[in-house]
Ligand binder design. Structure first.
Ligand code: SF4
Length: 224
């Protein structure tokens, strides 16, 4: 979703390209941190479990979950109490269990187990908002989109690519307008990489940051 109404200064687009290039050099082999073995239904489940939980914990929990339920049909027919027991370490275990079982029911009943390829269809799934939908479209099908998660919102704001606001839809629109479509999916993965390694929420290591020369937070004037 591109914000066509936003007045985008060309210098902001140029800065965005510089940052895209720098992040590519820093994190050339970036990838989704959720280990889903290339199976789309697994990524849908893991993305739901990752809310307010670390990707590392989701990866650990899902080893057991996918060993017990190796196909979407199995999870669609699962006993909710048993699933709750497995996903409990991810937090919000009752809501997340209800959502992933309902997701797998819809996926198997309506889509034959294949994750659909449009935003509109994905938003039908319980627990799937634009952030998860863009993750699924980008990682499974190379369909461009901005995954406006907490790292993306924070780091892009500090870098002056957005106005620093926290509204995910506004961030998504702004970044979609200035990041080339073919770069968007990996750009978001790289913002997560950088947010975790250097640009932490509470204590960013600006002194050791390779992007400090282009970062307004470090005293560099934004041009837009
Ligand atoms: S200079 Fe500081 S605020 Fe800017 S991207 Fe680097 S760590 Fe984040």
């Amino acid at each position: 979703m591109v914000d066509k109404s936003a007045k985008i200064d060309e210098s902001l687009r140029a800065r965005a390209l510089e940052i895209v290039k720098a992040l590519k050099e820093l994190y050339p082999d970036t990838a989704c941190a959720l280990r889903y073995s290339g199976e789309g239904w697994r990524l849908m489940v893991m993305a739901r479990l990752s809310a307010q939980c670390t990707d590392a914990r989701v990866n650990t929990v899902c080893k057991e979950l996918f060993a017990r339920y190796p196909a979407p049909e199995a999870l669609a027919d699962a006993d909710s109490g048993e699933v709750e027991g497995i996903v409990r370490p991810c937090g919000l275990h009752r809501t997340k269990t209800a959502d992933i079982i309902a997701e797998m029911k819809l996926l198997t009943d309506k889509y034959g187990g294949e994750v659909p390829k449009t935003m509109e269809e994905l938003l039908e799934f319980p627990g799937v908002g634009r952030k998860i939908a863009n993750l699924l479209l980008g990682d499974l099908y190379d369909i461009p989109g901005i995954v406006a998660d907490t790292h993306c919102i924070r780091v892009s704001g500090r870098l002056g690519l957005t106005d620093g606001g926290k509204d995910p839809l506004k961030v998504e629109r702004r970044l979609a307008a200035i990041i080339p479509p073919e770069e968007q999916t990996d750009f978001c993965h790289r913002l997560i990489d950088h947010g975790r390694r250097v640009c932490a929420a509470r204590s960013p290591d600006c002194g050791g940051c390779e992007l400090s020369g282009m970062c307004p937070k470090n005293g560099v004037e934004p041009k837009a």
